[in-house]
Design a protein around this ligand. Structure first.
Ligand code: EZ4
Ligand code: CO
Length: 440
């Protein structure tokens, strides 16, 4: 296999813009659709910023199939782009695109320096592009390839935010009017300025800012803990018992503070409380769990099954938030989901607008298949982003469906993408009032 790959690579095409066309000419070859007969002839990275930065990976095969992967890592986009360009694209050439598992293992084990956000986003991009190609070769959507849908549409939630409770209630009403059955609620805190999750000027929440260095925000956990339980209780009283409400504490609290918040929020009957304390130390959730029955969600910054091993094994959480791009693609995420099912933990894929529509499409195929599905996060992309990424998925009445296009159903208009060059931006940072750096 090694010799074969080397030979193919030696004669194979280097990444280049002319390859898709020349490759397509080969698609008429007899028997070219047979598994194992195709080869990757080009792998290219595209960075585009139609309202925010996205990194995409394009893989082209000798049979003329094109697969797209998302490689976006918010605020560190070019690290993944270069990782792919310099270290991954060259070694993809000549490989059999049908052998997704082998390529996954090749990139994961082969790097020696395992795991990490950059490596796993790069592997995720390759994985999504290869599932896209497999689907196009088979004429089937990705959900079919991984076992078939167990549901046609999936519950999703979006965000409602307000600087104060009155503004939050208005935002919740407006979000319900759009059909949402599940809403994440974030509120400003008296005495604090801009904080995580709260949009200003009624726009969708968008943290990444322009300029030299990140925006600095001031954080005070005690002020937050004094305000949030009452504010969320007002939201619950306003919407009645049925609407699913979610809240994200964004890694700000210590385990003890997290336990106090989760306990105080029990009357609100949240669908979930997210990232209530940092999870690098998975054991931290034991203390929280011992004190509350508020459902806990974590994992949007996780990269592998190892990040959530103890949390799942000891049933310390209810929802795992990891999504396809952050955790090495569909190949690895389904492994996490199967492991999560052992502990009756359900999925809740991250779906903020800092992930491209490619991730949303692939996540929705995963969501329709995964038996232990919980919910899918969904923030609308800008119209410019939707135009650059034409997609088969759709939203209606609080539910989403991936469409039945072969592959993951998300394409990229490369000509349009080229009109939006990279626009450096960074996520904010948070400091305590005495200046101490804190978790953003
Ligand atoms: O802050 O994706 O639950 N969603 C979140 C997101 C994250 C961003 C960071 O890039 O916490 O809004
Ligand atoms: Co979050």
């Amino acid at each position: 296999m090694t010799d074969r790959a080397v030979t193919d690579r030696a004669v194979g095409a280097r990444p280049g813009s002319d390859r898709a066309g020349s490759a397509r000419a080969g698609s008429a070859r007899a028997g070219s659709a047979r598994a194992g007969s195709d080869r990757i002839v080009a792998a290219e990275v595209l960075v585009t910023s139609p309202g925010r930065n996205f990194v995409a990976l394009k893989i082209v095969t000798a049979d003329g199939l094109v697969g797209w992967g998302d490689a976006t890592l918010n605020g560190r986009e070019l690290a993944v782009a270069e990782y792919l360009r310099e270290h991954v694209c060259p070694i993809l050439l000549g490989r059999d695109p049908a052998r997704i598992e082998d390529t996954w293992q090749y990139l994961y084990r082969g790097v020696y320096w395992r795991r990490g956000a950059v490596t796993m986003a790069a592997i995720g991009a390759v994985d999504l592009a290869l599932w896209d190609i497999k689907g196009k070769a088979a004429g089937m959507p990705v959900s079919q390839l991984i076992g078939g849908a167990v549901r046609d549409r999936v519950l999703c939630y979006t965000h409602a935010t307000g600087a104060d409770t009155a503004a939050l209630l208005d935002a919740v009403d407006a979000t319900r009017a759009r059909g949402f059955q599940a809403i994440r609620v974030q509120t400003g805190v008296p005495g604090l300025g801009a904080i995580y999750g709260v949009a200003r000027d009624g726009a969708g929440y968008e943290p990444a800012g322009r300029g030299v260095g990140p925006v600095e925000e001031t954080w005070d956990t005690d002020a937050y803990l004094r305000h949030v339980p009452g504010a969320l209780a007002e939201v619950r009283a306003h919407v009645g018992p049925e609407l699913a409400l979610l809240h994200d504490a964004h890694h700000r609290l210590t385990p003890n503070q997290a336990a106090r918040l989760a306990k105080a929020l029990e009357p609100v009957e949240l669908f979930w409380l997210e990232d209530v304390t940092p999870a690098e130390n998975q054991e931290a959730f034991r203390l929280v769990r011992q004190h509350t029955v508020t459902p806990l969600a974590v994992g949007e910054i996780f990269n592998t099954i190892w990040d959530c091993k103890d949390l799942i094994q000891e049933q310390l959480i209810d929802f795992i938030r990891t999504t396809v791009v952050g955790a090495g693609g569909v190949t690895h995420l389904r492994r996490i989901a199967d492991f999560a099912a052992v502990g009756q933990v359900r999925t809740g894929c991250h779906g903020a607008t800092d992930l491209s529509p490619v991730t949303m499409g692939a996540a929705l195929h995963f969501d329709t298949w995964v038996p232990n599905f919980g919910i899918q996060e969904y923030m609308r992309h800008t119209p410019e982003t939707d135009a650059v990424f034409p997609h088969a998925y759709s939203f209606s009445q609080g539910l989403m469906q991936p469409g039945d296009a072969p592959g993951h159903g998300v394409d990229i208009d490369e000509t349009l993408a080229a009109k939006y060059p990279y626009d450096p931006r960074q996520l904010p940072v948070a400091r305590l009032e005495d200046g101490t750096m804190w978790n953003w």
